[in-house]
Design a protein around this ligand. Sequence first.
Ligand code: MG
Length: 417
Amino acid sequence: MKIEAINTYVVDAGWRPWQFTEIITDSGITGYGEMSDGRNPWGIVGTVEDFKPLLIGKDPLNIQSIYWDLQRMAIQSRGGIALKAIAGIELALWDIKGKYHKVPVYDLFGGKLRDKQKIYWSHCGTSRARSYEQLGVDPLNSRQDIINLGKEVADKGYTSLKTNIIVRPDSPLTNQPESTYVFFGGFGGGGGTTDQGLEYTSENQTFINYELIDVIEDHISALQEGSNGKVTIGLDLNFNFKPQAVKKICKALEKYNMMWVEIDMYEPDGLREITDSTEIPITSGENLLGITDYRPYFDKRSMDVAMIDIPWQGFINAKEVAALAASHQINVAPHNYYSHLSTMISLNLCANIPNVRIMEIDIDDVEWKDEMIGGPLKIINGVVDIPEGPGWGVNIDTKVFEDHAWQQGKGPGYTNK
Ligand SMILES: [Mg+2]
C-alpha cells in the first residue's frame, strides 16, 4: 500500500476554525486526522503541504518510520504548528492502519480497558454567551439564566460541566457591561492591558478591588444552585491569571462543588504554588506537547490532573504522556474542544489507558457536528460508548467540510470580547 495524496480542510465551526487531514492510499483506504490551531489555521495546513514530499509513495502502515522522519525534518521547530501538523498526519495514518486490519485503533495497542467513558459538558455557558444566535439558543443575560442552565445540565443527565468566566450585565460589578461577554484577558485585551491580575484593566474593561472574584463566585454559585448540587463544576481560567490571582480565586471557590480549577501556565514552580495552596484539584497542561514538556511539571507535582490534547500532539505522544502521568500517580483528561472526529480519537485513547479521569466534550456546537460522522453520538447520563468500528470508528463526510469552508481572512473568535 502506498500514500497517493494528502488533502487538508479548514472548516468553519462557527466561532473557530477546525482543521483536518485526509490521506488517500492506492488500496482504496482513506484515513482522517484532526489537527488544530485556532489562531493559525493556514499555517498548520501549509505545514502539512511542506511535509508532502516525505509522505507521497510511502507505505502508510509504517507509522513510526514516517513519524520520526517528520520529527527530524521539523527538529529545529520543536512543538508548535510543526508538531500539530505532524499530529494531523499521524492520526490519519492510525485511521488507515485500523481500517486495514479492520480493528479500532485501541486494538492496535492491546485492546480496550473500558466500554464507556464519562464525559463533561465543556464551555458550558461559554459558547452560549458568545454565540447564542449561531446556536439557536436564548442569550445568557441574568443570574436566573445561569441558574436555568445549571438545571438544564442536571436534567439532561450530565454529572460534570466546565465553564469559563462569564460577565453579565447584572454581575456584581461597579462597571457593569452593557451585554454579556466571556473574560479571556489572557488571549488579548487590547491597548492599556494589564495582564493576568484580578485588578485587570484594559481600554474595554476594568475590575476594581478584586471584583472579578465576586463575578466568578456569582457565576459558579448560580450553576451550583441550578444543578441542585448534582453536577461537579470545572472552571477553566485558561491563561488569564498569574499564581497570586489563581490562589485567591481558588480560596473563594473552596465551598463549591468543584471538579477542578484549570489554569494554563508555562511555569512548573508557579503552578506548584497554586496546587499547594488549595484543596481544589488543579488541572493544567493542555498546551504541553510530549513527555519532555510534561516531565518537569510531573516531577514537581505541579498539577493534580493533566490535560492531554491529541490533535495538538498526536496519539503516540498522548499515550506516552498518559503513561508518564500514571508513573507519577496522576490521572489525565483528554482536551477535546473540537469536532467529533477528535471525540472518536480521544475515546480511542480513553479506551486504551488506565488513568483517565474524565473526557471533555462540547455539547453546544455547530449543527453539522453530528452530520460529519454520520449521526449523533449516544450520550446517556453523561456517559458515551467507546467506538467499535475500524480506525477511529467513524466514516467522515468531507462534503460537510466543503459546505462549511473557513474563509481566508476571517478572524478567529478567540478575542477578548
Ligand atoms: Mg483548558
